[in-house]
Design a protein around this ligand. Structure first.
Ligand SMILES: [Zn+2]
Length: 949
């Protein structure tokens, strides 16, 4: 087959001598070879593996002559079921054999009518399945017409049958028109994965062992077949041939209409057992097929003619499921294929031409004891290098590469060394690779911080200011404002009928149980202490005290007890600006009576002082220059930037999506993957520098997760003699390690007129499908570049359940996919590099939302600069405004500092977010901005937001 018939025919074709001998095999030209079922001398049973075949030991030959292939183990490991062609037969039949005899007999299973293929035991070994054409007639089906090159036929008469192991009790399992074959079985429930043309393409399906409950598993155009389950049936592995759109796809469809397939190239894929998250694991550009899971379940053995320029030498190969550690397993001349491990993982059955008489092309079944040793990769592939870098960067020793950690500094040093070793010149500040800039890494509480309630001093360890508390003091009357929530959308207002102007407000921490706050988003949004602080400030409060003192629910039983108290919040730096008022959180024991008294409307006074000091630390971008080496006459002005951020979330914090976990957020995909891909791109481009007409800058950015601070710093103060006007394009890679279905998003590909045109050949060369689009204001380091007038793109393989969680680990990385992204990104960089004329920057409005989407929030269309206004001033510095957005329409522009929106003061990005969340699309307000040091007022009308901000 392919793993089934078509494959086997194909092999016969690929070796023309083989083919001829097999077509004449019916007349048998191998007089010495015993026929299947014959009894050879026992001494021939033992065969020596070749010296290079270190994984094979105790090799035994089990069949002797003719064609025997696709031998698959019974579940008790005592038998094999296979297809073989007896000398007297014109097509393959199914046999069984015992594994323990020195020269086992072939016990017939199929009746001898029609052609049969692809047999497999069902759990319990009492029943078997195979595909057969006998319902279409007793004769062997005609061979395809090879006048149009090598093709295999998908005989309509193939259906899958179940039978007792002795061939009796035949039951038909598939009855749709057309080819159904290539069935293998899940060891757990006996369900069957198989190949069928029932929906017009050649795809994988799964059915129960009785043929019911059919589910389609693949739906991409092209041949998908020969699938196997892994041991616990959570995954499948298979081979696929995917014609390129255009002529190749047309030819594929033309042949398919005639029930023919021309298998030019086959690659190995894995997916979840329901077909979701398909991943291509080989890009060998060869005929790779018959994959089977290694006992570790992390590696796959398969057959391939990779490495043979004539494509005729097939061997067993192995590769990790992430596309690394490609290893050649067999070295015999001719064909080795159809590997399958025994259920205990100790033995390997496979089919091979080895150990046959000279001139003979018999294929026989062999069994070896598997020697499991560390793989010896044939060569270091790009995927191997990328994965090694990802593993190093995402090691827990790097502490999640959070700003301020030694892990991040070590990562920067590692990158610096890698660029140096690749021969790239330092292009940071001074003559170094580094471009340092300060970031706030933490806050320190100063000794004057204190709280007095009703003249009694609260113990210092029973209270804590939050990191974004404004420094200062407040004294006076205290007012209880429930949970401190004022949420029009939920119809909740804890400030209703309260006058808190100039007062200290006490609120309960978190949100009320259940009811309107069932929704996690509402819990997160309104439970956020910073949001409560903003609300209190907006209402005129001069300070905020927060206590975890939940209110008893309305229907609470008498003995209701509040849930256990949450610990005081950890002190984190957050944003570039404080909340505008002092904010402290107090332990329940220290403030419980305060809340009780206030609830009973008894007046209480408080006095609080908060002193905080931000701790700052330098982090650094790593900047390296690859000098173009084209002749001077061909040199062009400008540089191309390739970038990726190397920082991540450290131990978690507010950007973590697993906020309760204080452990290294490994960031293997985000963005060790892009960082490693950037190194590989540098390596490959350095080898092509003679072609380059412009220099290329490689920038590993820091502090992206804190709000693209590294790229912002670079665009504000480019190091060396670089000017932002010199940058002809910026290509960013952020999260490129989880490619599925060979698809990558190229965000921002509408930011230059030429991108789409240049992307097409780049992605075709990488054999991946590039989607995407949109303007250059994306969620990563390309944004400051686009805001500075540079055409940008971001390669991105999509989000996933481990995003911003500690579980974003190297084990889930698709290194083979990342290597293909590198090909696309560097081809795109070269295209931008070699163009005589610069790319044409495009400003486009964001796409209209697809479908009828409800919009909740107002949008202003501003791109905030997360480093904040210069000199630590309050307000939101605009890195840019979206084309067609509310801000642009109102006259706001890049460089403006927004300080007021309607009635709301805007001191920080957080303030802006809260104001927009509380506003409605269509509302018209006055925006106050500072431009060139002067305040100006402009009217803006909020638009609908379909994005987070
Ligand atoms: Zn991230």
């Amino acid at each position: 087959m392919i793993r089934a018939a078509p494959h086997f025919w194909w092999l016969r074709w690929l070796s023309s001598a083989f083919w001829i001998s097999l077509t004449s095999c019916a007349g048998s030209s191998a007089p010495t070879a015993p026929q299947p079922g014959g009894q050879p001398a026992a001494a021939r049973n033992v065969v020596l593996p070749l010296p290079e075949e270190g994984h094979l030991a105790d090799l035994r030959q089990l069949t002797f002559g003719g064609e025997n292939a696709e031998a698959y183990w019974s579940f008790d490991g005592m038998q094999l079921i296979l297809q073989a062609r007896p000398a007297t037969a014109a097509c393959d039949r199914i046999f069984r054999m015992s594994i323990n005899e020195s020269a086992p007999s072939l016990i017939p299973v199929s009746s001898g009518k029609g052609a049969t293929t692809c047999s497999y035991f069902l759990p319990g070994d009492q029943d078997v399945i195979f595909a057969s054409t006998h319902l279409g007639g007793d004769a062997c089906p005609p061979k395809p017409d090879h006048s149009q090159g090598y093709v295999w036929a998908l005989h309509d008469s193939y259906d899958i049958f179940r039978a007792k192991a002795d061939g009796t009790g035949l039951v038909r399992l598939t009855d749709t028109p057309g080819y159904d074959a290539e069935g293998t079985v899940c060891p757990k429930d006996g369900s069957i994965v198989f190949t069928s043309v029932r929906d017009g393409d050649i795809d994988l399906y799964r059915m129960d062992r009785d043929g019911k409950n059919v589910q389609r598993l693949t739906s991409t155009v092209g041949y998908d077949g020969g699938a196997f389950f892994n041991a616990d049936c959570t995954k499948i592995v298979w081979r696929a041939s995917r014609p390129k759109p255009g002529a190749e796809a047309d030819e594929y469809k033309r042949l398919l209409a005639k029930r023919l397939v021309k298998p030019t190239k086959l690659e190995i894929y894995t997916a979840n057992a329901d077909g979701s998250d398909p991943v291509q694991i080989t890009y060998l550009d060869a005929a790779s097929f018959a994959p089977f899971w290694h006992p570790s379940q992390k590696r796959v053995l398969f057959s391939s003619n990779y490495g043979d320029p004539k494509g005729r030498e097939f061997d067993l190969w192995a590769i990790d499921v992430n596309g690394t550690n490609l290893e050649r397993v067999t070295f015999a001349r001719g064909f080795d294929g159809f590997p399958m491990f025994s259920p205990d993982g100790k033995y390997l059955a496979f089919s091979s031409n080895r150990a046959t008489a000279p001139g003979s092309h018999d294929t026989n079944v062999f069994v070896a004891r598997w020697v499991d040793s560390a793989p010896k990769p044939v060569a270091e592939l790009p995927a191997d290098r990328i994965f090694a870098d990802i593993r190093w960067l995402a090691d827990p020793l790097r502490e999640g590469r959070g700003v301020g950690t030694t892990g991040l500094a070590a990562a920067g040093e590692y990158l610096e060394k890698r660029y140096r070793d690749l021969g790239l010149a330092p292009a940071g500040d001074g003559a170094s690779y580094r471009q340092p800039f300060p970031v706030t890494t933490g806050v320190k509480v100063l000794p004057e911080t204190s709280l007095k309630i009703a003249n009694a001093l609260v113990a210092r360890d029973a209270m804590a200011p939050v990191g974004y508390s404004a420094p200062g003091e407040a004294k006076g009357e205290v007012v209880l404002a429930g949970y401190g929530i004022s949420a029009k959308d939920l119809g909740v207002d804890d400030y209703d009928k309260l006058n808190v102007k100039g007062k200290i407000v006490v609120v309960r921490r978190f949100v009320p149980e259940g009811g309107k706050f069932e929704d996690r988003d509402a819990q997160r949004r309104y439970g956020d202490i910073r949001h409560k602080a903003w609300t209190a400030r907006e209402k005129g409060a001069k300070a905020l005290i927060v206590v975890d003192a939940p209110e008893p629910p309305r229907d609470a039983p008498k003995d209701w007890k509040p849930p256990e108290e949450a610990p005081l919040p950890e002190l984190h730096a957050e944003g570039y600006s404080d909340a505008g008022i002092p904010v402290v959180v107090v332990k329940r024991a220290a403030a419980g009576s305060l809340v009780d008294q206030l609830a009973k409307k008894k007046p209480v006074r408080a006095e609080l002082k908060v002193g905080l000091e931000a701790t700052k630390q330098d982090v650094f971008n790593v900047v390296a220059r690859l000098s173009a080496a084209a002749p001077d006459s061909a040199r062009l002005p400008g540089v191309v930037v390739l970038g990726a951020h190397y920082d991540h979330l450290g131990m978690g914090g507010r950007d973590s999506l697993a906020p309760d976990k204080h452990e290294p957020h490994l960031g293997a995909d985000d963005n060790a993957s892009g960082t490693a891909a950037l190194l590989e791109a540098a390596r490959q481009l350095a080898l092509q520098k003679d072609e380059l007409r412009r220099d290329i800058l490689f920038i590993s950015f820091s502090a992206e997760e804190s709000g693209v601070l590294g790229s912002t710093h670079f665009t504000r103060a480019p190091p060396g003699n670089v000017k932002m006007g010199d940058v002809v394009a910026m290509i960013n890679m952020d999260m490129v390690g989880r490619m599925r279905e060979n698809r990558v998003s190229v965000l921002g590909s509408d930011s230059a007129e030429e991108w789409k045109h240049l992307l097409e050949p780049a992605c075709a060369k990488a054999r991946i499908e590039c989607g995407g689009g949109g303007d250059g204001y994306g969620p990563s380091d390309q944004t400051p570049f686009y805001a500075s007038g540079v055409p940008v793109v971001q390669f991105f393989t999509g989000s996933h359940g481990d995003y911003h969680k500690p579980s974003d680990a190297p084990e889930r990385i698709n290194a083979a996919g990342a290597a293909q992204v590198v090909v696309a990104a560097l081809e795109l960089a070269k295209a931008a590099d070699l163009r005589e004329t610069r790319l044409t920057l495009k400003k486009i409005p964001p796409p209209a939302p697809r479908g009828d989407m409800r919009s909740f929030n107002a949008s202003l269309g501003t791109i905030p600069d997360y480093a904040g206004p210069p000199g630590g001033k309050k307000g939101v510095l605009l890195a840019g405004v979206r084309a067609g957005g509310a801000a642009e329409a109102g006259g706001l522009r890049r460089g403006d500092i927004l300080i007021r929106l309607g009635a709301h003061g805007i001191a920080s990005v957080e303030d802006l977010m809260y104001v927009l969340n509380a506003s409605k699309p269509g509302e018209r307000v006055t925006a106050t901005i500072v431009r060139d040091g002067k305040e100006q007022k402009m009217d803006v009308t909020f638009q609908e937001s379909h994005r987070p901000r």
